[in-house]
Design a protein around this ligand. Sequence first.
Ligand code: GLY
Length: 309
Amino acid sequence: MDKPFSLMIHGGSGTLEHIKREGSEADFTRSLHDILEAGRKILAAGGGALDAVEHCAICLENDPLYNAGRGSVLNEYGEVEMDAAIMDGRDLDAGSVAGITYIKNPIALARCVLDKSEHVMLIGKGAMEFAKLHSITRMEDDYFVVESRIRQWREAQQSGRMMLDHEDAEPQYKLGTIGAVARDQAGNLAAATSTGGIVNKRWGRVGDSPIIGAGVFADNETCAVSATGYGEQFQRTVLSKTISDLIYFKGLSGPEAAKAGIQYLVDKVNGLGGVIVIDQMGRCAVGHSTSGMIYGWIEHGGDTYCKLS
Ligand code: GLY
Protein backbone atom coordinates (compact mmCIF):
# COMPACT_ATOMS: atom_id res chain seq x y z
CA MET A 1 0.00 0.00 0.00
CA ASP A 2 1.15 3.54 -0.78
CA LYS A 3 2.43 5.54 2.16
CA PRO A 4 0.15 8.48 2.92
CA PHE A 5 0.93 11.93 1.58
CA SER A 6 -0.56 15.26 2.67
CA LEU A 7 -1.06 18.54 0.83
CA MET A 8 -2.40 21.98 1.77
CA ILE A 9 -2.82 25.18 -0.24
CA HIS A 10 -4.03 28.68 0.63
CA GLY A 11 -5.20 31.74 -1.27
CA GLY A 12 -4.89 34.43 1.39
CA SER A 13 -6.51 35.47 4.63
CA GLY A 14 -8.60 38.41 5.84
CA THR A 15 -12.21 39.38 5.67
CA LEU A 16 -14.07 37.35 3.07
CA GLU A 17 -17.15 39.57 3.04
CA HIS A 18 -16.39 41.00 -0.40
CA ILE A 19 -16.13 37.46 -1.84
CA LYS A 20 -19.53 36.63 -0.41
CA ARG A 21 -20.94 39.93 -1.71
CA GLU A 22 -19.58 39.32 -5.20
CA GLY A 23 -20.84 35.74 -5.13
CA SER A 24 -17.42 34.35 -6.09
CA GLU A 25 -17.21 31.71 -3.33
CA ALA A 26 -17.89 28.91 -5.80
CA ASP A 27 -15.09 30.16 -8.09
CA PHE A 28 -12.60 29.97 -5.21
CA THR A 29 -13.82 26.55 -4.10
CA ARG A 30 -13.58 25.14 -7.62
CA SER A 31 -10.12 26.62 -8.10
CA LEU A 32 -8.81 25.25 -4.76
CA HIS A 33 -10.32 21.83 -5.47
CA ASP A 34 -8.81 21.55 -8.97
CA ILE A 35 -5.39 22.66 -7.76
CA LEU A 36 -5.42 20.16 -4.86
CA GLU A 37 -6.38 17.38 -7.28
CA ALA A 38 -3.48 18.36 -9.55
CA GLY A 39 -1.17 18.16 -6.53
CA ARG A 40 -2.69 14.82 -5.49
CA LYS A 41 -1.76 13.34 -8.87
CA ILE A 42 1.89 14.22 -8.35
CA LEU A 43 2.05 12.92 -4.77
CA ALA A 44 -0.03 9.78 -5.37
CA ALA A 45 2.30 8.83 -8.22
CA GLY A 46 5.25 9.04 -5.81
CA GLY A 47 6.32 12.55 -6.83
CA GLY A 48 8.30 14.76 -4.46
CA ALA A 49 6.88 17.34 -2.06
CA LEU A 50 9.03 20.05 -3.68
CA ASP A 51 7.56 19.38 -7.14
CA ALA A 52 4.03 19.23 -5.71
CA VAL A 53 4.24 22.59 -3.92
CA GLU A 54 5.87 24.23 -6.94
CA HIS A 55 3.14 22.91 -9.23
CA CYS A 56 0.31 23.98 -6.90
CA ALA A 57 1.86 27.44 -6.48
CA ILE A 58 2.16 27.80 -10.27
CA CYS A 59 -1.55 26.93 -10.64
CA LEU A 60 -2.45 29.50 -7.96
CA GLU A 61 -0.23 32.12 -9.65
CA ASN A 62 -1.93 31.44 -13.01
CA ASP A 63 -5.40 32.00 -11.56
CA PRO A 64 -6.29 35.74 -11.49
CA LEU A 65 -8.50 35.17 -8.43
CA TYR A 66 -5.39 35.38 -6.27
CA ASN A 67 -2.84 38.06 -5.47
CA ALA A 68 0.18 36.32 -7.02
CA GLY A 69 1.45 36.01 -10.60
CA ARG A 70 -1.49 36.91 -12.88
CA GLY A 71 -3.90 39.06 -10.84
CA SER A 72 -1.21 40.51 -8.56
CA VAL A 73 -1.93 43.85 -6.93
CA LEU A 74 -0.26 47.00 -8.32
CA ASN A 75 2.53 49.03 -6.74
CA GLU A 76 2.70 52.85 -6.53
CA TYR A 77 3.63 53.07 -10.23
CA GLY A 78 0.71 50.88 -11.27
CA GLU A 79 3.05 47.96 -11.94
CA VAL A 80 3.07 44.35 -10.79
CA GLU A 81 6.11 43.58 -8.61
CA MET A 82 6.23 40.09 -7.12
CA ASP A 83 7.97 38.04 -4.42
CA ALA A 84 8.19 34.26 -3.98
CA ALA A 85 10.10 31.54 -2.13
CA ILE A 86 10.32 27.77 -2.02
CA MET A 87 12.00 25.51 0.55
CA ASP A 88 13.03 21.86 0.66
CA GLY A 89 12.66 20.22 4.09
CA ARG A 90 15.24 17.51 3.28
CA ASP A 91 18.25 19.79 3.59
CA LEU A 92 16.81 23.28 4.29
CA ASP A 93 17.76 24.28 0.74
CA ALA A 94 15.78 27.29 -0.41
CA GLY A 95 15.29 29.67 -3.33
CA SER A 96 13.73 33.11 -3.18
CA VAL A 97 13.10 36.13 -5.41
CA ALA A 98 11.87 39.63 -4.57
CA GLY A 99 10.81 42.74 -6.46
CA ILE A 100 10.56 40.94 -9.81
CA THR A 101 8.50 41.97 -12.82
CA TYR A 102 7.21 40.27 -16.00
CA ILE A 103 8.00 36.73 -14.78
CA LYS A 104 4.96 34.52 -15.43
CA ASN A 105 5.62 32.26 -12.45
CA PRO A 106 7.80 33.78 -9.71
CA ILE A 107 7.77 30.44 -7.85
CA ALA A 108 9.40 28.75 -10.87
CA LEU A 109 12.14 31.38 -10.73
CA ALA A 110 12.55 30.78 -6.98
CA ARG A 111 12.86 27.04 -7.72
CA CYS A 112 15.48 27.83 -10.35
CA VAL A 113 17.44 29.84 -7.74
CA LEU A 114 17.24 26.80 -5.44
CA ASP A 115 18.31 24.32 -8.16
CA LYS A 116 20.75 26.30 -10.26
CA SER A 117 22.48 28.93 -8.13
CA GLU A 118 24.64 28.84 -5.04
CA HIS A 119 22.49 31.61 -3.52
CA VAL A 120 19.21 31.67 -1.59
CA MET A 121 17.75 35.05 -2.56
CA LEU A 122 17.94 37.17 -5.71
CA ILE A 123 16.23 40.53 -6.12
CA GLY A 124 15.17 43.00 -8.81
CA LYS A 125 17.43 43.51 -11.82
CA GLY A 126 19.83 40.70 -10.93
CA ALA A 127 17.00 38.22 -10.47
CA MET A 128 15.67 39.24 -13.88
CA GLU A 129 19.09 38.64 -15.48
CA PHE A 130 19.23 35.23 -13.82
CA ALA A 131 15.73 34.48 -15.18
CA LYS A 132 16.87 35.40 -18.70
CA LEU A 133 19.93 33.18 -18.39
CA HIS A 134 17.68 30.24 -17.52
CA SER A 135 14.95 31.02 -20.09
CA ILE A 136 12.25 31.54 -17.46
CA THR A 137 8.95 32.48 -19.13
CA ARG A 138 8.16 36.21 -19.30
CA MET A 139 4.82 37.84 -20.04
CA GLU A 140 3.80 41.39 -20.93
CA ASP A 141 2.00 43.77 -18.56
CA ASP A 142 -1.45 43.03 -19.91
CA TYR A 143 -1.12 39.38 -18.83
CA PHE A 144 -0.67 40.31 -15.16
CA VAL A 145 -2.90 43.36 -14.77
CA VAL A 146 -6.58 42.55 -14.31
CA GLU A 147 -9.41 45.10 -14.24
CA SER A 148 -10.30 44.66 -10.57
CA ARG A 149 -6.71 45.43 -9.55
CA ILE A 150 -6.73 48.69 -11.54
CA ARG A 151 -9.89 49.81 -9.72
CA GLN A 152 -8.39 48.87 -6.37
CA TRP A 153 -5.13 50.69 -7.17
CA ARG A 154 -6.95 53.88 -8.28
CA GLU A 155 -8.83 53.93 -5.01
CA ALA A 156 -5.63 53.43 -3.02
CA GLN A 157 -3.91 56.22 -4.98
CA GLN A 158 -6.83 58.60 -4.45
CA SER A 159 -6.90 57.95 -0.73
CA GLY A 160 -3.07 58.01 -0.54
CA ARG A 161 -2.99 54.65 1.23
CA MET A 162 -1.07 51.43 0.94
CA MET A 163 -3.57 48.63 1.23
CA LEU A 164 -3.28 45.03 2.23
CA ASP A 165 -4.78 43.67 -0.98
CA HIS A 166 -8.49 43.96 -1.70
CA GLU A 167 -10.14 47.32 -1.29
CA ASP A 168 -12.86 46.78 1.23
CA ALA A 169 -14.93 48.79 3.66
CA GLU A 170 -14.40 46.15 6.35
CA PRO A 171 -11.95 46.82 9.18
CA GLN A 172 -9.78 43.92 8.07
CA TYR A 173 -8.67 43.68 4.44
CA LYS A 174 -8.22 40.44 2.60
CA LEU A 175 -4.52 39.75 2.88
CA GLY A 176 -3.57 38.10 -0.37
CA THR A 177 -0.73 35.69 -0.88
CA ILE A 178 -0.78 32.13 -2.11
CA GLY A 179 1.01 29.12 -0.72
CA ALA A 180 1.37 25.35 -0.66
CA VAL A 181 2.86 22.84 1.77
CA ALA A 182 3.26 19.09 1.27
CA ARG A 183 4.56 15.86 2.74
CA ASP A 184 5.34 13.24 0.10
CA GLN A 185 5.24 9.43 0.38
CA ALA A 186 8.91 9.36 1.36
CA GLY A 187 8.15 11.67 4.30
CA ASN A 188 9.82 14.74 2.80
CA LEU A 189 8.34 18.17 3.48
CA ALA A 190 8.34 21.29 1.28
CA ALA A 191 6.75 24.75 1.29
CA ALA A 192 6.12 27.50 -1.28
CA THR A 193 4.76 31.05 -0.96
CA SER A 194 4.17 33.70 -3.65
CA THR A 195 2.60 37.17 -3.69
CA GLY A 196 2.11 40.50 -5.43
CA GLY A 197 2.46 42.11 -1.98
CA ILE A 198 0.30 45.03 -0.91
CA VAL A 199 -1.65 47.52 -3.03
CA ASN A 200 0.15 50.77 -3.89
CA LYS A 201 3.35 49.59 -2.17
CA ARG A 202 6.30 51.99 -2.29
CA TRP A 203 10.09 52.19 -2.12
CA GLY A 204 10.80 48.63 -3.15
CA ARG A 205 8.80 47.29 -0.22
CA VAL A 206 9.23 43.53 0.26
CA GLY A 207 6.98 41.54 2.58
CA ASP A 208 7.41 38.22 4.37
CA SER A 209 6.67 35.86 1.46
CA PRO A 210 10.22 35.61 0.06
CA ILE A 211 11.90 35.74 3.49
CA ILE A 212 12.91 32.25 4.61
CA GLY A 213 11.57 31.71 8.13
CA ALA A 214 9.03 34.56 7.90
CA GLY A 215 6.60 33.66 5.07
CA VAL A 216 7.86 30.16 4.34
CA PHE A 217 9.76 27.36 6.07
CA ALA A 218 10.26 23.59 5.73
CA ASP A 219 12.27 21.10 7.76
CA ASN A 220 11.71 17.33 7.55
CA GLU A 221 12.22 17.08 11.30
CA THR A 222 9.43 19.53 12.10
CA CYS A 223 6.97 20.88 9.53
CA ALA A 224 6.31 22.86 6.35
CA VAL A 225 4.70 26.30 6.73
CA SER A 226 3.32 28.90 4.30
CA ALA A 227 2.08 32.21 5.68
CA THR A 228 -0.31 34.92 4.51
CA GLY A 229 -1.02 38.25 6.08
CA TYR A 230 0.51 41.56 6.98
CA GLY A 231 4.07 40.85 5.87
CA GLU A 232 5.86 43.22 8.22
CA GLN A 233 4.36 41.44 11.24
CA PHE A 234 5.43 38.03 9.95
CA GLN A 235 8.93 39.36 9.33
CA ARG A 236 9.19 40.77 12.86
CA THR A 237 8.02 37.54 14.47
CA VAL A 238 9.83 35.21 11.99
CA LEU A 239 6.60 33.32 12.27
CA SER A 240 7.13 30.31 10.00
CA LYS A 241 10.42 29.43 11.72
CA THR A 242 8.86 30.14 15.11
CA ILE A 243 6.22 27.50 14.37
CA SER A 244 8.95 25.04 13.36
CA ASP A 245 10.86 25.86 16.56
CA LEU A 246 7.80 25.14 18.68
CA ILE A 247 7.92 21.59 17.28
CA TYR A 248 11.72 21.19 17.35
CA PHE A 249 12.44 22.65 20.78
CA LYS A 250 9.12 22.24 22.60
CA GLY A 251 7.83 18.97 21.12
CA LEU A 252 4.48 20.39 20.00
CA SER A 253 2.49 18.73 17.21
CA GLY A 254 1.86 20.67 13.97
CA PRO A 255 -1.71 21.61 14.95
CA GLU A 256 -0.53 22.75 18.42
CA ALA A 257 2.33 24.73 16.90
CA ALA A 258 0.05 26.45 14.34
CA LYS A 259 -2.26 27.57 17.15
CA ALA A 260 0.60 28.67 19.42
CA GLY A 261 2.31 30.47 16.53
CA ILE A 262 -0.78 32.54 15.72
CA GLN A 263 -1.17 33.34 19.42
CA TYR A 264 2.45 34.53 19.46
CA LEU A 265 1.77 36.70 16.37
CA VAL A 266 -1.19 38.30 18.13
CA ASP A 267 0.49 38.67 21.53
CA LYS A 268 3.71 40.16 20.20
CA VAL A 269 2.62 42.45 17.35
CA ASN A 270 -1.17 42.27 17.28
CA GLY A 271 -0.61 40.52 13.94
CA LEU A 272 -3.14 39.84 11.20
CA GLY A 273 -2.80 36.79 9.01
CA GLY A 274 -2.75 33.03 8.82
CA VAL A 275 -0.64 29.92 8.23
CA ILE A 276 -1.03 26.46 6.75
CA VAL A 277 1.13 23.76 8.36
CA ILE A 278 1.87 20.10 7.65
CA ASP A 279 3.99 18.39 10.28
CA GLN A 280 6.40 15.46 9.97
CA MET A 281 3.54 13.03 10.68
CA GLY A 282 1.52 14.47 7.77
CA ARG A 283 -1.03 16.19 10.01
CA CYS A 284 -2.64 19.24 8.38
CA ALA A 285 -3.29 22.39 10.41
CA VAL A 286 -4.40 25.95 9.85
CA GLY A 287 -4.34 29.00 12.08
CA HIS A 288 -5.42 32.59 11.46
CA SER A 289 -6.02 35.76 13.43
CA THR A 290 -8.04 37.32 10.60
CA SER A 291 -11.78 36.72 10.40
CA GLY A 292 -11.30 34.49 7.36
CA MET A 293 -8.90 32.42 5.32
CA ILE A 294 -9.08 30.67 1.94
CA TYR A 295 -7.53 27.20 2.02
CA GLY A 296 -7.87 23.52 1.23
CA TRP A 297 -6.24 20.23 2.21
CA ILE A 298 -5.76 16.52 1.63
CA GLU A 299 -4.64 14.73 4.80
CA HIS A 300 -2.97 11.31 4.60
CA GLY A 301 -4.17 10.80 1.03
CA GLY A 302 -7.84 11.17 2.07
CA ASP A 303 -10.64 13.32 0.70
CA THR A 304 -10.16 16.83 -0.65
CA TYR A 305 -11.55 19.67 1.49
CA CYS A 306 -11.81 23.36 0.63
CA LYS A 307 -12.74 26.09 3.02
CA LEU A 308 -13.47 29.80 2.92
CA SER A 309 -13.97 30.58 6.58
N1 GLY B 1 2.12 38.57 3.04
C1 GLY B 1 2.41 39.21 1.83
C2 GLY B 1 3.00 40.54 1.98
O1 GLY B 1 2.85 41.18 3.01
O2 GLY B 1 3.64 40.99 1.05
